[in-house]
Design a binder for this molecule. Structure first.
Ligand code: DGL
Length: 261
């Protein structure tokens, strides 16, 4: 089965995208809701959490792990790849590739958690492939709690998004990378506040495309993945709010199972 993890519920946007591409494949999702958010934590702590999350998914039978979290993808990939002998698909490289596939994109904006933005991973990866692109990034630490809290449609969320995007609008970005897997939940608001001419690059959709090519390149692995259309959602803490937000993201009532790491 395909294992997917995030710091919380937001990575379900990736699970949703993966499920729509691979409706028959079994999937196990782990949201580390007891320790969310990761974006405000140190690299050491994020790496430790990611190792435990990966171990859990592999113990449950995952044959491939999707790191459905930009913060984890920015801070923990080297460690995960050196410790575990399974294929990983992360979210940052696919988002960068998607942003770069439009040659008209000269000025690229990135929004993400504090940890992702201060790692400068997007700048590094974009400039490694396209040194002439201009990248401006802004940390938006309030957006993850707003999404987890189910405030996706509140006017306060609109106002906060608008304020965060001011420096990017001033710099006349051509595209905007949603560098956090929680942000697709408020994609319409972000697109509206960014303005019509800005192309939105959704890292959750880019990640599902990367998974598709990883499996096309590795038919033996694709054969190993079970296909009974099962989807299990594990979390490290359950509250009614988490259940509500998870249902909102997946568009159906969901049942969460609590696990102790
Ligand atoms: N969904 C995460 C990301 O893509 C997480 C946020 C967090 O835990 O701060 O970065």
């Amino acid at each position: 089965m395909i294992g997917i993890f995030d710091s919380g519920i937001g990575g379900l946007t990736v699970a949703r995208a993966v499920r729509s591409r691979f409706p028959g494949h079994d999937m196990i999702y782990f949201g580390d809701t007891a320790r969310t958010p990761y974006g405000t934590k140190s690299q050491q702590t994020v790496v430790r959490c990611c190792i435990e999350n990966t171990r859990l998914l592999l113990d449950k039978g995952a044959k491939l792990v999707v790191v459905a979290c930009n913060t984890a993808s920015a801070l923990a990939m080297d460690e995960l790849k050196s410790l575990f002998d399974v294929p990983f698909v992360e979210v940052i490289t696919p988002a960068v590739d998607l942003a770069l596939n439009d040659p008209k994109n000269r000025i690229i904006g990135v929004i993400g958690t504090r940890a992702t933005i201060s790692s400068r991973v997007y700048e590094t990866k974009i400039h490694a492939k396209a040194p002439n692109k201009i990248v401006h990034s802004v940390a938006c630490p309030l957006l993850v709690p707003l999404v987890e809290e189910g405030w996706a449609k509140k006017p306060e969320t609109r106002r906060i998004v608008k304020k965060y995007l001011v420096p990017l609008k001033t710099r006349q970005i051509d595209s905007l990378i949603l560098g956090c897997t929680h942000y697709p939940v408020i994609k319409e608001i972000i697109a509206q506040k960014a303005g019509k001419r800005v192309r939105i690059v959704d890292s959750s959709l880019a990640c599902a495309t990367a998974l598709e090519s990883a499996l096309a390149d590795n038919p033996a692995l694709a054969d190993e993945l079970s296909c009974n259309s099962r989807m299990e959602i594990l979390v490290s803490d359950i509250t009614p709010q988490f259940e509500k937000t998870a249902g909102f993201i997946l568009g159906s009532k969901v049942s969460l199972t609590r696990v102790v790491l």
